[in-house]
Structures are given as C-alpha cells and as structure tokens.
Design a protein around this ligand. Structure first.
Ligand code: GDP
Ligand code: MG
Length: 600
C-alpha cells in the first residue's frame, strides 16, 4: 500500500468515555474481525483488563477501509491507548507512532481531566485531533453543550464532530471517513533512505521471546535482514515480521508508515527498549529517531514473596514483566522483618495494584506489598543529598539538614455542587489553592499545588465518593519543596515493624499515629497473649493501644448453621492466611500493611 493510503491513528479519551467500545465497532465495521470472533473489548487482551474494564497495555490493529467518498481502499492502523492517569507513559509512546488522534468525548459527561491531559500529549506530538461525541443514545447526552466545552476548554473546533454511539453502532462509518479525510498520511518516503523504525511497545512471549512492536518511518525492513537497535547497539537477524489484525499475520516486508511487529530471537530484556530506533546493519541510519520521555516512577513500595523460597521466581517474574511494562522499576531490598524482596517503582497506585495482581496471576506468586511511598530528597548536615523511597530508611533527625517532598499540580474537574467538599478534601491533604475556572455553567476546574504523597494515598477514592463519581482528576509533577516531615515508626509487641513506617508532615503525625494504631488493632488477629501496638517519632511514643488476648473464632458467627457455610468460612480464612508475614510472634496480613491508607 502506498503511504498516501495509510492512516496511523490513536484513540484518546477520558476513562469510560468509550475508546475500547469504539475500537471494537471499528474492527467489526471493517470486517477485520469476524462477528463470531468478536468479544467485547477485543483489544483489551489481558484478563485483568477485561475484569476491570480498563485498558492497561496499548494494543494495535490494522484495518482495511474502502471510503465511499473516493472509492479508494485505505489501511488504517489503530493503536488503542489506556486512559488512566497512571498510564500516560503508554499513551505518549503510542502517540509518537501516529499522525492523528481520534478524541472521544462522552456527550453525557463532557471534557474531563484526562481528556485535557491526553489532548496536551497529542498536541505535543503534533497530531491532528479528530473529535467525536460518543454515547448520543443516552438521554443525558447534550451534544451542543459538550461541543462548546471542547471548543472553550481544548480550543478545538467540534462543530463538525461526528455524533456517535458505539453501543448502538451509530456513526461508525462517519468516523472512518473522518479519519481518512482529516488525519494526514505518512510522509512520502525518499528512495534509498536507511531504515528508521520506532519501537513503541515490546513484550515477552513465552514461545517467541521478545516481540517488538514498531512504526516504520523511513526505509524498509525485510525478513532475513540484520537489524541494529541504535541506542543499545544490539544486533539481531529478523526471523519474523508481521502486522496485527489484531492477531499476528506474518508478512515479508514493512515499509514507511507501516505498523508491525518483529521477532528476532531477542532474549535480553534490556536490548529491546521502548523508544529505541531500529536500523539496518548494512545500511545504517545516521541519527536515531527522537525517543520517548523516560517514565519516572512516582510511587514506591516493597514487594516480598510470602514464601521466602520464591525470591528467585519473583526476580524472574519482575524481569519479564518489565519488558511488558517499561514503566516498572525495581531493585533488591533486604529487610530484617521481611527477608529478601524488591523495592519497586510505579507510576501511581493503580499501576502498583495492577503489577501486583499480574505477578500473582501470571507468575503464580503470593506477595506482600508494603504501603506506597513517594521519593523524598533528604539533605544531610554534611551537604550530601539522599533519595529515600523507603520510609524505614529515612536517617534520624540528628544528621539531617532538611527534607524535600515532591509537589504536583493537581486539576480537579467537577460539577459545581461538589466544589465545597472537594476544596475541603484538598485542604485536608495540605493542598494550596491556585484557582478555579468554569468549564460551562455548572462544571468547574479547581487547581491546587499539593504534595504527591497526599495524592497517592486514597485521594482518588475520596474524590469519587465525595462527588458521587462525577469528579475527575489529573496531576503532573511540579517541584520538590522543603517541609517539616517526620518518620512515624510502628512498634508491635515492642519490636519496630519497619515495613509499617511512614513519612508524614509533623502537623499530621499525631492524628495519623492514633489512626494507625487503632486500625492495626482491628486488623491484627488476636493472639493468646496481649500485644501492645505503638506509634512513635524517634524515641517518643505518640499513640498506643493494646490488643487483648483471645483467639478469634470465625465459627462463632455461624450459630451452628449449615455445615457448607462453615466449610466456606474456613476455606476463606485459610485463603486469607496466605498473605501473611510474621513479626516476632505476631502474624500480620496484607491488609495491615496498607493500614495507613485506610485512616481518615
Ligand atoms: P474506555 O474506558 O474509554 O475504553 O471505555 P469503554 O469502551 O470500556 O466503555 C465504558 C463503558 O461505556 C462501557 O460500559 C461501555 O459499554 C459504555 N459505552 C461505550 N460506548 C457507549 C455508547 O455509545 N452508549 C452507551 N450508552 N454506553 C457506551
Ligand atoms: Mg478501554
């Protein structure tokens, strides 16, 4: 196919506005996938994605579309992107491989926080943005209001935007016609140019090894070519090339504008980095394509196997998962209480949960995660600067000069009736008000400077519950700022429980200390002896409580009821036991490690 008949585009949207459903409809419409093979949200291949109804990994699909307007057949490469704030790195990678983006806005909701963030990313990549209004079948849909919002907030003309319903299959063909008409084709290739292809995804396949997904910008690549990955210098023979429809279909050659995959016997994870440029050894490009922005982990936590014998399995699993998820970061950690494990860096809390779940499901591991922490900059009296991502490692006050914590710019989009309650939330979390703008008559955008550490706890859940689900948020790292921060230690049965340490602002330490010991009292099972639970700053105990002795009898609740219910309860308790770690004589559950997130 000549480049003038290729269109490479992404779909961007706020979560739940209908990206995946539109992608499904487009695949059906173009007969890319036969109706009988269609499953809802086909591009969301991971079980976890289907269950949660969110897109985590980006996926691509190639479609053929014959335009009724000019009778020509086009190749449309669709790259689905995740919409959640934690995965904006994945979004930016896929956008760099496209010329255009289909912007989906829910006509019953309007512009939300991630709509705006994704549009910024698309504009940074010089993409043509094609807005569409989805869910027009809903009674609450208000296309005029939302089109006006798109114009006012995003500065895009939405007067001609297709009004569609992915659910009812309305307007899907118009979307494809708009993509052909508005998204620019790839640049016309120059004869004899050396190959340059941008890797925007790579993953580990048990049978083929590393599979690299890329977009060809210049030159061509053939099966049998010797390729070089320009940043690492690694060289491989191309064993298989193909396109995703979305199942892998092998081809012999890929040319400028094409999106495809490559299998080249790549074994080492580090050799196939996302953002690298592929060229040919025999006809090498001078300069690599501009890479992607490096993903910077925002949140860290400790990951430990409950069964210490499985440390090596966890290491192998992390190594493989990192290939599939370039934004995952990890390094070994040893803790006297927890044994051998890893300190892992994530883009946010959802990312952290997803990684833990994938490790447990895909690699059959049983893990304990410690409460998340941001990265602190600790300046020592002697002038050294330490980065601390594990609260237990915060040096004692004596040697410290000052501590700085990361601040983010936070945007909250909300119907105006929740403004008061959300302002209260932001203030409680040490947010500094910047301003408020009206998006429309009854929707506003609130902006704050706020410590990241206060946002990555349960802020998102609070936002959702205070706004009945209607508010959305987005944040971006801004700067490090000095603050009066302290380490809060927890002692159980007189022993310091390192993994339960947290760093908090001094003004909140007493409240958090109190809440933490009370919460732990609920979460730690009673033993045959009394257990003191204390919170302390340095040597000073600031809150304490005592767990009285007695074994909790789960069967007591059953009032002698039927035996199958009893069995079920016992089974449930046994399953709950798995994620436990012993502290001296006391067993602590996964839930207790997260206790600090549950205080309010
Ligand atoms: P994504 O998060 O942007 O990928 O959104 P999904 O495609 O997963 O859709 C989110 C929810 O909205 C799902 O429950 C869909 O069934 C629903 N949905 C998508 N498109 C439409 C539509 O046109 N009309 C209605 N009523 N619901 C839709
Ligand atoms: Mg989706």
């Amino acid at each position: 196919v000549p480049p003038e008949r290729i269109r490479n585009f992404s779909i961007i949207a706020h979560i739940d506005h209908g990206k995946s459903t539109i992608a499904d409809r487009l695949l059906e419409m173009t007969d890319t996938v036969a109706q009988r093979d269609m499953q809802a949200q086909l591009l969301d291949g991971m079980d976890l994605e289907r269950e949660r109804g969110i897109t985590i990994k980006l996926n691509s699909a190639r479609m053929n579309f014959t335009s009724k307007k000019d009778g020509e057949t086009y190749v449309l490469n669709l790259i689905d992107t995740p919409g959640h704030v934690d995965f904006s790195y994945e979004v930016s990678r896929s956008l760099a491989a496209c010329e255009g983006a289909l912007l989906v806005v829910d006509a019953s909701q309007g512009v939300e926080a991630q709509t705006l963030a994704n549009v910024y990313l698309a504009l940074e990549n010089d993409l043509e943005i094609v807005p569409v209004l989805n869910k027009i079948d809903l009674p609450a849909a208000d296309c005029d209001r939302v089109a006006q919002e798109i114009e006012d907030v995003l500065g895009l003309d939405a007067s001609e935007a297709v009004q569609c319903s992915a659910k009812a299959g309305i307007g899907m063909e118009d979307i494809l016609e708009d993509i052909v008409r508005l998204v620019p084709p790839p640049r016309v290739p120059v004869e004899g140019e050396p190959l340059r292809a941008l890797i925007f995804d790579s993953y580990f396949d048990t049978y083929r090894g590393v599979v690299v997904v890329f977009r060809v910008f210049d030159g061509e690549v053939n099966v049998g070519d010797k390729i070089e990955l320009m940043n690492t210098g690694a060289k491989y023979d191309v064993l298989e090339l193909g396109v995703m429809k979305p199942n892998k279909i092998p081809v012999k050659t890929l040319r400028p504008g094409d999106v495809g995959y490559c299998v080249a016997g790549i074994k080492a994870v580090k050799d196939a980095r996302v953002g690298d440029t592929i060229t040919l050894v025999k006809h090498r490009a001078e300069k690599a394509l501009a890479g992607y922005s490096e993903a910077i982990p925002m949140v860290y936590c400790g990951l430990f196997p409950t069964d210490t014998d499985r440390y090596n399995d966890l290491r192998d699993a992390l190594e493989k998962l990192q290939l599939n998820d370039a934004s995952l970061n990890y390094e070994p950690e040893v803790s006297s209480a927890m044994g051998f494990g890893f300190r892992c860096g994530f883009l946010g809390l959802l990312h952290m949960e997803v990684v833990q779940e994938r490790l447990e499901r895909e690699y059959d591991l049983d893990l304990i995660t410690t409460a998340p922490s941001v990265v602190y900059h600790v300046y020592m009296a002697n002038g050294d600067m330490l980065t601390v991502a594990n609260p237990a490692e915060l040096p004692d006050a004596a040697g410290r000069d000052r501590i700085e914590e990361p601040f983010v710019k936070l945007e909250l989009f909300t119907p105006k009736e929740y403004v008061g309650s959300l302002m209260e939330l932001a203030t409680q979390r040490r947010g500094e008000y910047i301003d408020m703008t009206f998006l429309s008559q009854d929707r506003t955008c609130l902006r704050y400077d706020i410590p990241l550490g206060e946002v990555v706890t349960d802020f998102f859940d609070q936002l959702k519950s205070r706004s009945k689900g209607y508010a959305s948020m987005e944040y971006k790292f801004n700067e490090y700022r000095e603050n009066d921060l302290v380490r809060l230690d927890v002692m159980i049965n007189g022993e310091v429980a390192e993994p339960l340490a947290t760093i908090t602002h001094r003004s909140k330490a007493y409240g958090i200390g109190r809440g933490l010991v009370d919460k732990l009292k609920e979460l730690i099972p009673r033993q045959q002896f009394k257990i003191p639970i204390q919170a302390a700053i340095g040597n000073k105990v600031i809150a304490s409580t005592q767990l009285s002795a007695m074994r909790k009898d789960v069967l007591a609740k059953c009032y002698g009821g039927d035996i199958s219910r009893k069995k079920k309860l016992l089974k449930k308790q046994a399953a709950g036991k798995k994620r436990m770690k012993a502290f001296g004589k006391v067993e602590i559950s996964q839930e207790a490690f997260m206790a600090v997130l549950q205080i309010d």
